[in-house]
Design a protein around this ligand. Structure first.
Ligand code: HEC
Length: 106
């Protein structure tokens, strides 16, 4: 029983680490692949962002324009001037980025 509890705690700790590192990756990936258009803070107020017409992800109105599924679709397959990222990001990383985008709302 004791060993079971211990291995459960170990597994839970491991899971926590994996989730944490995915969130870290999302922030890094956002800076690396997305901020050039969507801006570091998600407002879309960059030269490329203004030109390509990206939304403002810091407002409720901007966030309500797309569902999580549409966000996954846009990042995976591309949308408008935004290219597909399926060759550079795994499905897990894309999901983590959607959560990151949702977190940009002020
Ligand atoms: C070349 C500029 C550019 C880059 C780089 C870029 N995007 Fe986009 N993104 C756009 C444009 C343009 C749209 C479509 C906006 C529209 O049609 O309303 C869009 C749409 C989206 C959408 C769908 C929601 C919406 O507003 O339509 C999400 C989510 C998104 N981008 C996230 C990301 C993420 C995450 C990355 C990095 C992996 C990224 N984008 C990189 C320009 C870019």
């Amino acid at each position: 029983m004791k060993t079971k509890t211990a291995s459960f705690i170990a597994a839970a700790a491991l899971l926590g680490t994996v989730q944490l590192s995915l969130a870290d990756d999302a922030a890094a990936n956002w800076g690396k692949y997305c901020a050039s258009c969507h801006a570091k803070d998600g407002t879309g107020k960059t030269m490329m962002g203004q030109k390509s017409g990206v939304g403002d992800y810091t407002t409720a109105a901007g966030q309500s324009k797309f569902t999580d599924a549409e966000a996954i679709q846009a990042i995976t397959a591309g949308k408008g001037k935004m290219k597909s990222f399926s060759d550079r990001l795994t499905p897990e990383e894309i999901k983590a980025l959607v959560a990151y985008v949702r977190g940009l709302k002020k």
